[in-house]
Design a protein around this ligand. Structure first.
Ligand code: UDP
Length: 388
């Protein structure tokens, strides 16, 4: 079958595009995936104890985007799940995001009460205050609180995760986990919070099962594409390809690093299966300070299963290195102005090719959540499907 559309990457962005082109536009779609499985970093599987394990670290779905929720609900049933995280600070497990309950856990009762009412007066009930903002409060007590939260919860975690302090990375990054002026211990506050009831992989299988879609795994798409900047033509397996190419991989790799490598952070995951029913009291416990890892996630809390064993994962952040098999998975774009400018240069190169469309966390070099990736793909399909 000669494809009408080539999609590079079978994560959320690629899978949504493939599904839409196949089922709405009735196009033949060839999906090229470099890994041995679909689903991108959401890939999960059931281990020998029946525990659904996320191979690339915890993925907790949440969205307030009605369209995204309705779209994905065509491909899966859901298990309602609201993520809660504890942070291990001074030997105690306390709720994260930092909220009024965390305040109670760290301060004597009267002092906690006094600070809570200052927070409510200053920001309002249910407000979300980025740590870098709280740390600059003009109010002495609140500024001291901001400093304490920064010191105990943020600075060392961020240095581990990003190799730099919170001030040296885009403020959006730490603003993902604001101080919350409420007693809500949930990590996310979106309207929909749930996990595909059989796991993410079966949901991706359902998305990609359309008869118009062919998926090729273990395939180096970049090596099979040739982009000719002079003519604006793209060649696939040596032949000119005039259909649409949807690219969700790394743009620096696509252009053979001509404008340098884009920095990413990678992770090393250490999985352990232990002969105990449960290891910890919440799905995720963050370790901001002493340990080399940032967090431990216990999968049984996400999709419950009866087993005498439990599986956990520890995350060790590290620099990305495309030539080192231990470090060559690019999990996070490193969000600095300089890196975004470098990415822009690659983005301009893409614009020379009328039939090349790039999207997703890697290609856009953005810290998207899963629902952002789906929403962007749905929007891109609407935009580019009009000229079919
Ligand atoms: N963060 C932190 N301490 C924590 C949790 C988060 O300093 O206990 C900061 C850190 O910089 C992290 C960012 O907030 O990279 C975003 O955290 P999030 O949990 O959203 O990261 P993800 O789950 O995407 O890795």
């Amino acid at each position: 079958m000669k494809p009408d559309v080539i999609v590079v990457g079978a994560g959320f962005s690629g899978a949504v595009m493939a599904e839409r082109f196949a089922s709405v536009a009735n196009k033949h779609v060839l999906v090229l995936e470099q890994r041995s499985h679909i689903g991108g970093n959401c890939y999960d599987f059931k281990n020998e104890h029946g525990i659904v394990v996320h191979q690339y670290g915890p993925h907790l779905f949440h969205t307030s985007k009605e369209q995204v929720w309705q779209y994905l609900s065509q491909f899966t049933e859901w298990h309602r799940y609201e993520h809660e995280v504890l942070s291990r600070v001074d030997g105690n497990l306390v709720p994260l995001p930092f909220n009024l309950n965390t305040l109670d856990a760290l301060y004597p009762a009267e002092e906690a009460k006094r600070i809570a009412s200052l927070l409510v007066n200053e920001y309002g009930r249910d407000a979300k205050v980025p740590i870098l903002k709280l740390k600059q409060s003009e109010h002495d007590t609140l500024r001291a609180l901001g400093q304490l939260v920064y010191d105990k919860f943020f600075v060392n975690y961020t240095v581990k995760q990003w190799g730099c302090k919170p001030e040296d990375i885009s403020p959006e990054v730490t603003a993902r986990v604001p101080v919350v002026i409420s007693r809500d211990n949930r990590y996310f506050h979106d309207h929909y919070q749930a996990i595909p009831s059989q796991g993410y992989t079966p949901m991706f299988e359902a998305m990609l099962s359309h008869q118009n879609i062919e998926v090729e795994l273990n395939c180096n798409a970049v090596a099979r594409l040739r982009l000719d900047a002079g003519s604006g033509a793209i060649y696939f397996d040596g032949e000119r390809f005039d259909g649409k190419i949807i690219f969700t991989g790394m743009l620096d790799a696509l252009f053979d690093y001509v404008a340098g490598e884009l920095p990413y952070r990678s992770l090393k995951f250490k999985y352990e299966t232990l002969p105990v029913e449960y290891y910890q009291p919440a799905t995720t416990v963050n370790y901001p300070n002493e340990e080399a890892f940032t967090r431990i996630t216990e999968f049984k809390h996400i999709l419950p299963v009866t087993s005498a064993h439990t599986t956990i994962v520890k995350e060790y952040p590290q620099d990305f290195d495309r030539l080192d098999p231990e470090k060559n998975v690019p999990y996070y774009p490193v969000f600095t102005d300089q890196n975004q400018a470098s990415h822009q240069r690659y983005q301009h190169q893409c614009n020379q090719f009328a039939n090349l469309h790039v999207l997703g966390r890697l290609a856009d070099y953005k810290y998207y959540n899963m629902d952002d990736a789906v929403a962007n793909a749905l929007a891109m399909f609407e935009r580019i499907a009009t000229d079919l």
